[in-house]
Write a protein that binds this ligand. Sequence first.
Ligand SMILES: *Cc1c(COP(=O)(O)O)cnc(C)c1O
Length: 421
Amino acid sequence: MENNGNGVQQVWNFRPNEAVTGQKLFGVRGVLEYVMSHMNPKGKSKIPLGHGDPSHFECFRTSAGAEEALIGSIRSAKNNGDAPAAGLLESRRAVADYLSQGLPYKLSAEDVYLTVGCIQGIDFAIKVLGREGANILLPRPGFPYYDSLMAYEGIEVRYYDLVPERDWEIDLGQVEAIADNNTVAMVIINPSNPCGVVFRRDHLCEVAETARRLHILIISDEVYGNLTFGENPFTPMVSFASTVPVLTLGSISKRWMVPGWRVGWLATCDPCGILKKTKVIEGLKNILNVSDSPSTYAQAAIPQIIEKTTEDFYGEMLNLLSHVAEICYNRIQKLDLLFCPAKPEGSMFVMVKINTSGFEDIRDDIEFCALLAKEESVIVLPGTALGMKSWIRVTFAVSPSLLEEGFDRIESFCRRHAKNL
Ligand SMILES: *Cc1c(COP(=O)(O)O)cnc(C)c1O
């Protein structure tokens, strides 16, 4: 309301949609902004362990082949126009071949839709399935973009837990208990953001069988696909597509360390033709016709990005991630008041439990993160943003020296605020 000068308040017709003013739309960025607002401008330099974007560090620079592919795409002058709604066919084929490596069932170019990062793949999957009354099962802890989008779209969220005592496995008994006839899908994130776990093949097989029993499909967020450096190899969910239809989401953002390039994909993995029969494919195509596409020059570069990136690059990145994950885990092990239930084996994140009762003046994860930002300029994500009070999420995808410095500061912070027993 505004005063019109006569002291009379004029009522405007507009106001923001309640769906965008609620807490739900904070997302990771909003919560990190809140944490960073506590930083002392005259304090130490910032150590960003909250948001996973390693592209800022020289050691995580993308492959030379990927850079050449993008430059070549621009220089060719062939990619200055619009692309088809589903993406350039050759690029879709390259992604289909990439995703089919080592699988019994091969994806075709028609199974792949190019998206503006993995984020738009999430949009498409949720929107195509979110009919009136539908609910979708999300992991807790998970990736808050799903929660925000579903709140915005008015789709009911039901949470299933990842169990820290069992290496963050999915509580499948709970999945069965919370699903009903309006449950349309479950989301899994593998390798996991935020837990750093890589699901075992036999566990994924059980997940597929559970989804089949419940007559729901699986949205498999594999944006960290192949970024694994532990005991368990990465198993793509499409391995079980003959049991249950799968929408596989991915992008070049994480494996190639270029989240700013904004190219991803949604692949429909459905050898039994269920998605066609239920008209999900038709719905997807309709959504694509009224949606934005990744830049033509970036999507056109995909076949070359895949082809020109060498095994050496992938190997180097995995060695580096493995090294920083090790530093992160070992440093946490040495801290009395922080606890990490499972050593990270994939992705760029780990969940850490805070023993709040051991601190003098810190009651919860939000206070922990705010005070750590204020005193040490170290930024970590409060677990509350992921549905996990008294936990924090830490990314280890930063340069090794910065990570060590970050933990030096966290260590002295914890010592300073611990109760004197
Ligand atoms: C980073 C991330 C995304 C988004 O990926 P973009 O390709 O940058 O859009 C999606 N899901 C998860 C779990 C992520 O961590």
